[in-house]
Design a protein around this ligand. Structure first.
Ligand code: ADP
Ligand code: ZN
Ligand code: ZN
Length: 740
């Protein structure tokens, strides 16, 4: 026996490794970093990942337990990806064990073998006959044999249920020697004429230049920002680069935002290539996820497409990473390990020596800044592909106009005109439900959520008030709960109300609502799209679900009912988000031969950012917005980390943060990194109470990243030691994108 100590990352929030002795009988050479082991942990058994071995441990000999079992004969992850996980845990100040839990498929965390499942296949034994006398009194077995006889290739175990084949009957048939079960060998790669299943479009000059630039960087790390207006053919650039990646014998990883994971996007990839595509998204079951992950790791899938967490998919032969709609907020995980998949994709590309292409019509200010400073190569597509024209903008000042369920008179006219011309209208309103508040005319009561500092939204169709922050719901009262009068009025407009009003305004045209409520039913979204694609005049009203990735060739008028939230908000990122939203929604208009119009209703129609955006476009807006960020010392000109805390007792979260603040100040002295780091707070969160808890936050702002991270690294272990650190729920968000 060796006295080798294994240092493991375990699924625990604690930011440390755990020491074990080697499992009995396992040679030291088999214990490679990156392999999984089953170990005793408290009263449970858990699966950990070996990070390193050491000759001795600080844990006393008699306390040191032995690992139970080695689960892998080789490291689970390729070295580069394992290093990325280590880096991720460090950077986001998160426990390594928990980081690996986010990065690995559930079944692997549970100890499932990391091998492609050898599937059992049931086949009829040659010569077996339905007339076998042993079956004369066994109708079910006879039926099962008949079904198998119809499948000469055999029936895989997973399909037994679908074919109504009963396992017991098959076992009995096997005992009689009429049926056999075998393990199907892994399918051999099909030979095919080429990677393309469909002809490529001839690229225009800008597309060619972009494609050529990235191709020239194959084999080395280089980040590119593909800034292409909506409909400029970014996807075609991706597709042609993927083809070139496949031709080079490599795999491509494509990250897409959650909302783009529609059949439309995926079809485009699937139809183009004779290649295996592994899809990784939240809709998969655990087995499907593991199979896709293994196919990517073993090189059986040449193309990997997925949402945020697909970033952690191992690739045997990585050649290219693409991040589509790189500005999209869904790349940032907002719980547990608060990573940004785009930022990690860059780190991954660097570690694996790959080109990476970030694409968007509305790049994040961070990425534009990186392009401006030369860290990213900027590739521009300025024209819509296929000849469609850019939409025209009109800012409609509604300061002194009466709004009818949020819709002004001039807007109604424009809509009527469009519908009468046989075209479609898209009405965008980023608020679901009927109205954001219920209000008593008599005493001023408003529909406050009992668990949050927020108002409950009126959902008329379900006669409910719902809190969109904690999920609390109650029946809409008939009388005011405070003064008992019946003068309750919904205030403001949500999609449900807009839909109702549009139905009365335009009774001759269908009004289709598209939001989380109307598409909750399975297949509802497809049904709506089928109607839209018929091309008949209609009105689409919906939330950001409408804004992204879709082609609505017959939409020629886009109406944005309320753009002002982004101009009033306290969040410094709000104008950026508003601009991205407007441009993305506008991008749905006039994508085919008819030119499109965009009407933006605003109380602040002369706001400089709005003027710049609509008259000079997103890039002019972004330049202006970046100048403002620079003047205010905000990201990307500084770096942030946000410590959030919440507790049941008022003041408790702030108490914890006060102590945290004291620790941070002490550390700034000790580490002598004081220069350029500011502690802002603690302050109550903008929504102080949510779901019954009181919340507060402490913001750290640093001029440069390294000292800030040095502080965080020393700070976190101290926070774990604070007296309230278990009573208070707290978390650190490095590079937060929401400041609440
Ligand atoms: P984006 O991803 O930038 O929104 P798409 O790649 O979806 O743009 O392209 C928009 C439309 O233009 C699609 O219908 C696409 O088929 C078409 N298109 C793209 N590139 C070309 C090209 N080079 N020639 C003709 N049509 C093109
Ligand atoms: Zn009242
Ligand atoms: Zn609530």
């Amino acid at each position: 026996m060796t006295n080798l100590i294994l240092r493991l990352a375990l699924p625990s929030p604690l930011r440390r490794l755990f020491d074990y002795r080697a499992p009995p009988g396992v040679p030291a050479s088999a214990l490679q970093p990156g392999t999984r082991l089953r170990v005793p942990f408290g009263r449970r058994e858990v699966v950990g990942v070996l990070v390193e071995t050491a000759p001795h441990s600080d844990v006393p000999e008699d306390k040191l337990k032995a690992a139970l079992q080695l689960l892998d004969s080789r490291p689970l992850l390729p070295p580069a990806l394992f290093r990325l996980c280590l880096w991720t845990a460090q950077y986001y100040q998160h426990s390594l064990g928990d980081t690996l839990s986010w990065a690995l498929p559930v079944l692997l965390r549970q100890g499932e073998p990391a091998e492609v499942r050898q599937e059992q296949v049931w086949t009829q034994v040659p010569g077996a006959s339905l007339d076998d006398p042993r079956l004369s009194r066994a109708p079910r077995q006879r039926e099962a044999l008949r079904t198998l006889a119809q499948h000469p290739q055999g029936v895989p175990h997973s399909l037994l249920g679908k074919l109504e084949l009963n396992r017991d009957s098959l076992e009995l048939l096997r005992d009689k020697g009429l049926v056999q079960v075998s393990v199907r060998a892994r399918t051999v790669k099909p030979h095919h004429g080429g990677w393309l299943a469909q002809a490529e479009l001839p690229l225009n000059a800008e597309q060619s230049a972009a494609t050529e630039a990235v191709r020239a960087s194959f084999g080395g790390f280089r980040p590119f920002l593909l800034a292409g207006v909506t409909g400029s053919g970014k996807t075609e650039v991706y597709l042609q680069l993927i083809r070139q990646t496949l031709e080079a014998g490599k795999q491509a990883l494509v990250l897409i935002p959650e909302i783009n994971l529609g059949p439309q996007t995926l079809d485009r990839f699937a139809r183009r290539f004779n290649a295996r595509i592994a899809l990784l998204h939240s809709g998969l079951n655990d087995r499907e996820r593991l199979d896709a992950w293994l196919a990517a790791r073993d090189g059986d899938a040449e193309i990997v497409i997925g949402t945020r967490s697909a970033l952690f998919t191992p690739l045997k032969n990585p050649g290219l990473i693409i991040v589509d709609e790189e500005h999209d907020a869904s790349y940032k995980q907002q719980e547990g390990l608060r990573y940004h998949a785009r930022d990690l994709a860059l780190m991954r590309a660097r570690q694996e020596n790959l080109p990476i292409l970030l694409g968007s019509a509305t790049p994040s200010l961070e990425s534009l800044h990186n392009a401006a400073t030369g860290r990213y190569a900027l590739l521009k597509l300025t024209q819509r592909a296929g000849g469609a024209q850019a939409p025209r903008f009109l800012r409609l000042d509604v300061k002194s106009l009466p709004l009818d369920s949020g819709i002004s008179g001039p807007l109604q006219q424009a809509m009527r005109q469009t519908l009468e011309a046989g075209q479609q209208v898209l009405v965008f309103l980023n608020r679901r439900g009927f109205a954001p508040t219920l209000f008593c005319q008599d005493c001023g009561w408003i529909s406050q959520c009992p668990r949050c500092d927020a108002r409950m939204t009126v959902h008329q169709r379900h006669h409910e008030l719902r809190c969109h922050h904690c999920g609390h719901a109650e029946r809409t009262p008939h009388n005011c709960p405070k003064c008992n009068h019946v003068d309750l009025r919904p205030l403001g407009t949500g999609t449900e109300r807009a839909e109702e009003r549009l139905n009365t305004l335009f009774p001759d045209y269908p009004v289709l609502r598209i939001d989380r409520d109307s598409t909750a039913r399975k297949g509802a979204m497809e049904q709506l799209f089928t109607t839209i694609n018929k091309g008949e005049p209609c009105v689409l009203v919906g939330t950001q679900m409408l804004a992204k990735g879709h082609h609505f060739p017959r939409v020629t008028l886009v109406a944005i009912l309320d753009a002002d939230g982004g101009l009033f908000s306290a969040d410094f990122r709000a104008p950026e988000r508003m601009a991205q939203m407007i441009v993305q929604v506008a991008g749905r208009a006039g994508r085919a031969d008819q030119p499109g119009r965009v009407i933006i209703q605003s109380q602040l129609a002369d706001h400089p950012l709005l003027v710049q955006l609509t008259e000079q476009g997103y890039f002019a807006f972004a330049e202006q917005a970046l100048a403002e960020r620079r003047a205010a010392g905000l990201p990307p000109f500084s770096h942030l980390a946000l410590l959030r805390a919440e507790a049941h007792r008022p003041g408790q979260a702030e108490g914890f943060l006060d102590l945290a603040c004291v620790e941070a100040e002490a550390l700034l002295e000790e580490l002598q990194v004081a220069g350029g780091i500011e502690l802002l707070g603690p302050v109550p969160a903008p929504m102080e109470r949510r779901a019954g808890r009181y919340r507060a936050q402490l913001l750290l702002q640093g001029n440069s990243r390294a000292p800030l991270h040095r502080l965080l690294h020393a700070w976190l272990p101290r926070l774990e030691q604070l007296p309230d650190s278990r009573a208070v729920r707290w978390s650190l968000d490095v590079d937060p994108i929401d400041l609440f």
